[in-house]
Design a protein around this ligand. Structure first.
Ligand code: NAP
Ligand code: ZN
Length: 350
């Protein structure tokens, strides 16, 4: 079937209305009418080929929520009318050690929601800036939030799980002091989740204008990282730092804030590398540098259920699809509190 979408035809072009096709649902597929799709900084990196390898036309979007329209004969978990979500993953090999552990995000054959290999036309996956999507049931999540919060649930499907997974893996909880660096889409979720897990949360921002706002998100303390005196006040005191920054920057000032055996985990994925950490900032207190990629499907469901239980959603600004190019420029300026979400009903007007 042919549907309306928004995407780019080439690396240097703006996003524009596109007509795309979706496969008819197979036996294990769920056909979803997309209500809302969040706008992740990864969408911008990908659509502009900043990570290289982008295939065009490129339809971004991997923070998808909507309602089930139809299901294949072998679908057991979902039925028409259900509220569901789809995140960054729409397929994987389903039989490797990673898939068996529910860590499909680390499967060598993980297929991203956009720009991944598929038998469907045009030969690569097309994401959620569109009216509908057809996804194998394994990768479809259940949404238990009230329906009037659906738009604000969308960013949980990437920003939520990408911060939840490392916070859980590094066992963040009561009695710990945890830093979240970069208060954008990911970072604002990191603050809310680390707070809900019981940690003492310190937000690190380059934007003076976010100082008060970060406290409302749940940060117990806020540091403007450009101010060395404010940074020094937290020297060697943090157990864990989650770094969500989308641009290359020196990591050393943040290592200096970790305690002995502390870890800084990078989730931000800038187009060019960070300057290498100074060796002494790691060996001095047996500190670690780590990375983390989204999260697996069972953990994504766990995160959605955790957020429903703790009444956590993203702080969003709703846009129409035809405002997406302007939204990208604003995201680059840090001018969004804290996630744009596309009202996909607006695609019908294209
Ligand atoms: P975002 O909303 O643009 O937020 C990024 C934040 O980083 C900004 O709000 C800003 O926070 C800070 N920042 C930006 N430029 C900076 C600079 N030059 N120097 C210092 N700080 C800067 O982006 P997002 O959607 O949260 O995504 C963040 C990054 O994570 C992107 O690179 C994205 O591709 C990546 N990502 C990775 C995964 C994964 O699985 N690992 C998943 C999703 C996204 P302040 O104003 O507070 O300083
Ligand atoms: Zn994302």
């Amino acid at each position: 079937m042919t549907i309306h979408a928004y995407g780019a035809r080439a690396k240097n072009l703006s996003l524009e209305p596109l007509a795309i096709t979706r496969r008819a649902p197979g036996e294990h597929d769920v056909q979803i009418e997309i209500a809302y799709c969040g706008v992740c900084h990864s969408d911008l990196h990908q659509v502009r080929s900043e990570w290289a390898g982008t295939q065009y036309p490129c339809v971004p979007g991997h923070e998808i929520v909507g309602r089930v329209l139809a299901v294949g004969a072998h679908v057991t978990n979902h039925k028409p009318g259900d509220l569901v979500g789809v995140g960054c993953i729409v397929d994987s090999c389903q039989h490797c050690a990673e898939c068996d552990d529910g860590l499909e995000n680390y499967c060598d054959h993980m297929v991203g929601t956009y720009n991944g290999p598929t038998a469907d036309a045009p030969g690569h996956t097309l994401g959620g800036y569109s009216q509908q999507i057809v996804v194998h049931q394994r990768y479809v999540l259940k949404v238990h939030h009230p329906e009037d919060q659906l738009a604000a649930v969308a960013p949980l499907l990437c920003a939520g799980i990408t911060t939840y997974s490392p916070l859980r893996h590094w066992k963040v909880g009561p009695g710990q002091k945890v830093g979240v660096v970069g208060i954008g889409g990911l970072g604002h979720m990191g603050i809310k989740l680390a707070n809900a897990m019981g940690a003492h949360v310190v937000a690190f921002t380059t934007s003076e204008s976010k100082r008060e706002a970060a406290k409302k998100l749940g940060a117990h303390e806020v540091v403007v990282s450009r101010n060395p005196d404010e940074m020094a006040a937290h020297a060697a005191s943090l157990d864990f730092i989650l770094n969500t920054v989308a641009a290359p920057h020196s990591l050393d000032p943040f290592f200096a804030l970790l305690k002995r055996d502390g870890t800084m985990t990078l989730v931000g994925a800038p187009a060019s590398p960070h300057p290498s950490p100074a060796v002494f900032s790691l060996i001095a207190r047996r500190r670690s540098l780590a990375g983390s990629l989204i999260g697996g499907i069972p953990e994504t469901q766990e995160m959605l259920d955790f957020c429903a239980k703790h009444h956590i959603v993203a702080d969003i600004e709703m846009i129409r699809a035809d405002q997406i190019n302007e939204a990208y420029e604003r995201m680059l300026r840090g001018d969004v509190k804290y996630r744009f979400v596309i009202d996909c009903a607006s695609l019908a007007e294209n």
